[in-house]
Ligand binder design. Structure first.
Ligand SMILES: Nc1ncnc2c1ncn2[C@@H]1O[C@H](COP(=O)(O)OP(=O)(O)OP(=O)(O)O)[C@@H](O)[C@H]1O
Ligand SMILES: [Mg+2]
Length: 367
């Protein structure tokens, strides 16, 4: 049976340093995949280990399938083996002296499942992860991606109520990572399992997650669908971390509900989407995706005079450095031709839907 995971006001303070998790709340509805996304050290693994029961939280409550498995306040700490979880880690946790089949059947032996049924379950799961032909092979004779499939098969063969995955693709080479990433979502969806997946890779989060939670410094900044995270980031950090890497600073001078006007100085003004509650006269930072900057365009929103400072041709796309009233922005154009010459003065269009104004909370919001 697949189950709902509830995490309420979770905190973890190790003996040294600031809290690794600082009041995190979220839930994973039964059958959904939730991805926790954030930079190194933001508390992803610690959160996962608390859910698994491998780490003692300092406070807060964790429930799986309606049962409270952890609540320091109430003296509850259900041990990991009684939480009915599957886990997949970054390193290939397979037994090297066994075959694929022996690895995958192992958890069933512990659960006193009959031989015939165990064989059937193993066949089924090997088929699911695409390893049927490799059943008899020693795992040491597999590629990294195949070993990770074995690890996955072994953690889902007994159909735990919750699957926890900690950066399972990060040891694989780039091409394999993309393949397994796409496969993983299909596999998880076919099993209908509830899954909590952590990664620092935004592309992985978008492909895999039904919902994504963005974390920073032990806090959960935003939890939403990939569409919400990408098109309505709650703050500047979420915007930056998911690819809106350009920033313009200014003052909010007009407020019209969803959109407002920002004065960038030097007589330059433009419209921006207001994704936070902002006051007139407030200092703001406007985040922009490189792919939303239209070089040489006369239409498509706010128009400013700019100059092409540099270009990096990358085969199927070209990245440009554009100077816009003294600020350097990175712009990206798809296509196999680099269309703009270095040094040319050109108009630059910034669509107002793609200009996100946030409160200016001080220095260094970049990740
Ligand atoms: N056993 C420990 N003792 C003290 N501090 C710890 C311990 N484990 C983790 N931390 C600290 O807790 C914070 C969160 O660590 P965690 O491993 O959860 O980060 P993460 O988001 O998984 O990072 P990464 O992407 O690098 O795996 C870090 O600042 C880390 O140094
Ligand atoms: Mg980690």
């Amino acid at each position: 049976m697949t189950a709902t995971l509830e995490v309420r006001e979770l905190r973890k303070q190790f003996s040294v340093g600031r809290p690794a998790i600082d009041g995190v709340s979220f839930s994973v509805p039964a059958g959904e995949i939730v991805v926790l996304l954030g930079p190194s050290g933001c508390g992803k693994t610690t959160t996962l280990r608390c859910v698994a029961g491998l780490e003692h939280p300092s406070s807060g409550q964790i429930s799986i399938g309606g049962q409270v498995v952890s609540s320091p306040e109430r003296g509850i700490m259900v041990p990991p083996r009684l939480r009915d979880l599957g886990m997949v880690f970054q390193s290939y946790a397979v037994w090297p002296h066994m075959t694929v089949r022996q690895n995958v059947v192992y958890p069933l032996k512990h659960r006193r499942i009959g031989r015939a049924e165990a064989d059937r379950k193993v066949d089924e799961v090997l088929e699911l992860v695409g390893l049927s032909e490799y059943a008899a092979r020693p795992v040491v004779a597999l590629s990294g991606g195949q070993m990770q499939r074995v690890a996955l098969a072994r953690s889902i063969v007994y159909r735990p109520q919750l699957l926890l995955l900690d950066e399972p693709l990060s040891n694989l080479d780039a091409k394999l990572r993309l393949r397994l990433r796409d496969d993983l979502r299909l596999i998880l969806k076919q099993t209908g399992m509830t899954a909590l997946y952590v990664t620092h890779d935004q592309a992985e989060a978008v492909v895999l997650g039904d919902r994504i939670g963005v974390m920073r410094d032990g806090k959960l900044l935003q939890m939403g669908t990939p569409d919400e995270i990408y098109n309505r980031p709650a703050d500047l950090f979420v915007a930056n971390f998911t690819g809106a890497t350009n920033e313009l600073t200014g003052i909010l001078v007009e407020h019209g509900g969803q959109f407002g006007v920002v004065d960038f100085g030097g007589g330059q003004r433009g419209e921006a989407a207001l994704l936070q509650r902002l006051k007139l006269g407030e200092k703001v930072r406007v985040a922009l995706r490189p792919e939303n900057i239209g070089i040489g365009r006369q239409d498509g929103g706010n128009l400013f005079p700019g100059r092409v400072m540099a270009r990096r041709y990358q085969g199927t796309q070209t990245v440009y450095d554009i100077e816009l009233f003294g600020v350097r922005l990175e712009a990206l154009e798809l296509g196999t031709a680099a269309r703009h010459e270095i040094g040319v003065e050109t108009s630059v269009a910034l669509p107002r839907e793609g200009c996100w104004a946030y409160r200016d909370t001080g220095p260094a919001s970049h990740n």
